[in-house]
Design a protein around this ligand. Structure first.
Ligand SMILES: *Cc1c(COP(=O)(O)O)cnc(C)c1O
Length: 378
């Protein structure tokens, strides 16, 4: 069945922006540093398969996701590039990952023991070892823990192809904690190199680290937010080495326009009352699409101008105060550029008191994604 789009609302992803951001980063990296494109959580809401393809086309050499499900989806879409699952996967599913040629992240000695008992695979399982140098999330923290892990590592059954860590503060101006994490990484890496005597892909940098070039980046960077044209933090936006190009726009249309009298109220709870005769537009998207209730009082673009969302955001609709009457079907831009004005995820995140990553991830599947510039012409 061909999918039909009835609703006048869509997310547009410009894949040429994804390619451009990869090219811009590449130009600043040492030639031997590869780019692993991070496409977890449906490519930060942008669409994992399409973004992965564009990133690989632009020169990324591998992909990273959080879940085994996400990795399998990429494989089943015909993507053959190396894929790393960065989250914890239960040992009973390791053989499935192996069959799909997917690399797992492993960091527990007990995981290895379970794997040896459960696995029927004759092929060595590819893994990257994760070191927790200060993020406090997953990974090996202590030298003794690492020695225990390496003691249980049967290299006839497990193929360690990489080692990595993740930074907690790389997007902040102050680099003390970042440097503390580097100082914990280096000695642990040396211990691994003593017992795993083969080529390792070592990667420590996320977008913030790769944009800042804080340190020697080893063999690859894990490039997530920056690939989508979004800055890891305000600090990095202000201190960017090059301009990122945002890939995502969210556009819809006015579905209704009316004139209301002074004192008349708008939406649940009557939180908004017109002060004078006002033109109020209705927009057919709401929190069921990821436009959370906290967007109330924020702005959208109509006729190239900013206009405020008034009254509570509903599940499927919300209202905007217009500066004049507009025809039904007039374009409303929530995210992106319209005329000379633009509203990007950083500004929205500030209004919502969160980060751009979260706003992008929360845009739901009810909004159809349209892909622009799927084929590279640049
Ligand atoms: C999500 C994630 C990344 C990507 O981070 P960005 O800030 O989006 O570049 C890199 N590494 C790990 C371990 C992650 O979980």
């Amino acid at each position: 069945m061909k999918s039909v789009k009835y609703r006048p609302a869509q997310i547009e992803i410009d894949l040429s922006a994804i390619r451009k951001n990869i090219h811009s980063l590449q130009a600043t990296l040492e030639p031997q540093t590869d780019i692993i494109a991070v496409v977890k959580a449906n490519g930060y809401g942008h669409g994992d398969v399409q973004v992965a393809r564009a990133a690989l086309e632009a020169g990324a050499t591998g992909l990273a996701v959080a879940l085994l499900e996400e990795a399998i989806k990429l494989r089943e879409s015909g993507i053959a590039a190396p894929i790393l699952v960065m989250g914890w996967v239960a040992p009973e599913f390791a053989d499935i990952a192996n069959e799909y040629g997917i690399t797992l992240t492993v960091f527990q000695a007990s995981w290895l023991e379970s794997y040896y008992q459960l696995s029927n695979s004759t092929a060595k399982l590819p893994i990257h070892i994760k070191l927790d140098t200060g993020m406090g999330r997953i990974g090996i923290r202590e030298e003794s823990e690492l020695n225990d892990f390496l003691g249980k590592l049967d290299q006839s059954r497990i193929n360690v192809t990489g080692v990595y860590t993740h930074f907690a503060t790389a997007d902040e101006e102050d680099t003390d904690y970042y440097e503390f994490q580097v100082s914990r990484f280096e000695p642990l890496l040396e211990i691994i190199k003593q017992s795993v005597k083969q080529d390792l892909t070592i990667h420590i940098g996320n977008s913030a680290v790769s944009l800042r070039h804080l340190n020697h980046l080893y063999h690859a960077v894990r490039f997530g937010i920056g690939m989508y044209g979004l800055y890891p933090s305000t600090y990095l936006k202000e201190n960017r080495p090059f301009d990122l190009v945002p890939a995502l726009s969210l556009k819809t249309q006015l579905s209704h326009v009316k004139r209301v009298n002074p004192g008349e109220s708008i939406s649940y709870g009557t939180t908004y009352k017109a002060e004078k005769h006002e033109w109020i537009g209705t927009i057919p998207i709401g929190y069921g699409d990821g436009i959370q209730r906290r967007w109330q009082n924020f702005e959208v673009l109509i006729d190239g101008k900013r206009m405020p969302l008034v009254g509570r955001i509903c599940m499927d609709q919300c209202m905007v105060r217009l500066d004049q009457a507009y025809p039904i079907g007039t374009e409303v831009t929530f995210i992106g550029q319209q005329g000379k004005e633009s509203i990007y995820l950083e500004e929205i995140a500030t209004h919502l008191d969160t980060i751009n990553y979260e706003v992008a991830c929360l845009l739901t599947d009810r909004l159809p994604r349209m892909y622009l510039n799927e084929k590279a012409t640049e």
